[in-house]
Design a protein. Sequence first.
Length: 343
Amino acid sequence: MTKPEKRSVGSGAHDEAVTETATTWFVRMSADAATDAERRAFRVWLEGDPAHRDAYAQVETLWVELAGIPDPRPAREANGRTGHSARAKPSIRPIIRRPGIRRYAVLAACLLLMAVWGLWSLGGYDRLRADHATAVGETREVTLADGSVVHLNTDTAMGVAFAGDRRVVRLYRGEAFFTVARDQRRPFEVVTAGGVARAVGTAFNVRSEEAAMTVAVAEGRVAISPGVAAPQSGHSVILGPGEALRQTASGRGVPVAATVETLTAWRQGKLVFANRPLRAVVAELDRYRPGTIVLLSGKAADERFSGVVSLADTDRALAAIESTLPVDVIHLTAYLTLLRGRE
């Protein structure tokens, strides 16, 4: 059996930029909403340099191959059960020692503590206090009372508080794309643990992380400010169309190199990776799968992966990684997948 050819789209700063642009164009051209002007601009870019055509062809080829990779999950048995012969058991009545009331109380307290911890760690608390939420792997579109439309990404919880002259949305966890209804008298604010994004009538994406948030603007202008706990909480940065910023709760804002189209490709059911380290790819895929993916090899974590993968079947994305990088994918259970570097 021949060893799969390892693909990499570009290897240097210039090639990485070309790959990023090629994947961005691929996402745009795959969208039903692509305009004639965008298609003309794409044609100009594609014919402007042979490297552009090569990079686009490789991204397109990898996407086609991803679609053709067979589902690696084993088929379930028809009846879902295995038969076992029943053995007659001797009729022996066990001796039961009834614990005292105090032992019951301690056991109940331990179970309650475990339940609360599980609820908190899995985001249950965020969902309980949210007005709108999605499960892992689910996306949903909701229309707010003012006509604004919110597209919720996987594992997201959001609260809404519209009152008087303010429209406030609290993104407790996850990610959402906001298409804001214009109302000059009532600014639209998205509050996260990492800061606040403030707009009037615009379209932008917000991803909430622990003590940080990433904002990408598709249309209009958005003012980004740190959380109220930051020393310079009055300071804000204005982002325009095509700009993205990662804002931390401490007040530091760092520009994001990825394009807005790449950051919001999830809305079209895709994830775009341009020469990204495997650890980052695994972390991103993990957001869309129940359970967890564990990367066992530190060396393999530094391997680079490029491609456009479909969120409709993340197992096929893992199969693509296995076929292009020196790693083995091991599905232990439906909720635990291991990635181990090959020797």
